[in-house]
Ligand binder design. Structure first.
Ligand code: AMP
Length: 283
């Protein structure tokens, strides 16, 4: 495994890599969800670049940038368990500084329009502008053939796909399933913020999505009925404070009346002070 911080070292390394390169962008504090993306990339590509960068521009003024968990040593240990020293396959970790990503006087942004308006975009103004800008910069710096993202961040996947098409990046976007704890809670670096009671309460997201999915599987196609079911289950948990509940078209992310095609159940819920998101894909 190879840890690189500077952009020039990354470029030199990238030029030396022959064959397919997979990119896994992360903000670090890795868990098994992140590692599933890295493993998939290692299976499918000759070399893998994992980036660890807590991107300041995707955090709102009142969000958790300063307390976002960081532990590079722990991350490197987890990643080294995936790479075999005898293999010709290189696992490269790029951990750029904020000054490298946003040099003094920075003023260039990538913005995807309609797709970033609803859901996370509505609740976190400017979030996706930060995400699309940093991912474009990571694409430029690492020049991957494939880039791996988690379904856990469903709108992010839709937005990155759109951006990749619109900006003609010659990169295949690979979407990997959401990894969950045994009780269904989607793995997230932010789960670390939850105290014991909150951790128990946090399973309500998975439980409400599961109830709605059960109704869908029994034939229910009215989106309001599914949204109401999710709200009803969430309301049963006193520690949960719902920000949004959605049943939307999978591609456009527009709210549905009736489900006819592939669609997305999604939600953002505060458990105490911790904001959690989760989703299920239907159809
Ligand atoms: P983050 O470090 O939160 O920016 O996440 C980095 C990547 O890991 C993103 O593509 C996420 O969608 C993905 N990811 C985060 N949590 C999970 C999970 N529980 N299962 C699968 N992928 C995940």
């Amino acid at each position: 495994m190879n840890l690189i911080s500077s952009l020039s070292d990354l470029r030199t390394k990238r030029l030396s890599l022959l064959g397919t390169v997979g990119l896994v962008p992360t903000m670090g504090y890795l868990h098994s969800g992140h590692l599933s993306l890295v493993s998939r990339a290692m299976d499918e590509c000759e070399h893998v670049i994992v980036t660890i960068f807590v991107n300041p521009t995707q955090f709102g003024a009142n969000e958790d940038l300063s307390k976002y968990p960081r532990d590079l040593e722990r991350d490197l240990n987890l990643l080294s368990s995936l790479s075999s020293p005898s293999s010709a396959k290189e696992l490269i970790v790029w951990n750029p500084s904020a000054e490298t990503m946003y040099p003094l006087g920075y003023q260039t942004w990538v913005n995807v329009e309609a797709l970033t308006n609803p859901l996370e975009g509505a609740m976190r103004p400017g979030h996706f502008k930060g995400v699309t800008t940093v991912v474009s910069k990571l694409f430029n710096a690492t020049q991957p053939h494939k880039a791996y993202f988690g379904q856990k961040d469903a709108q992010q996947v839709a937005v990155i796909r759109r951006m990749t098409l619109d900006l003609n990046f010659p990169i295949e976007i690979v979407v990997c399933p959401t990894m969950r704890e045994d009780d269904g809670l989607a793995m997230s670096s932010r789960n670390k913020y939850l105290n014991k009671d909150e951790r128990t309460a946090a399973t309500i997201l998975f439980r409400s999505l599961s109830e709605a999915k059960k109704m869908y599987e029994a034939g229910e196609r009215n989106a309001d009925v599914l949204r109401n079911k999710m709200k009803e289950v969430l309301a049963s948990e006193p520690l949960a404070n719902v920000q949004y509940v959605s049943c939307a078209d999978y591609d456009s992310l527009e709210e549905l009346n009736m489900i006819e095609n592939k669609s997305l159940l999604s939600m953002a819920v505060f458990i105490g002070k911790t904001r959690l998101i989760d989703n299920f894909v239907l159809g």
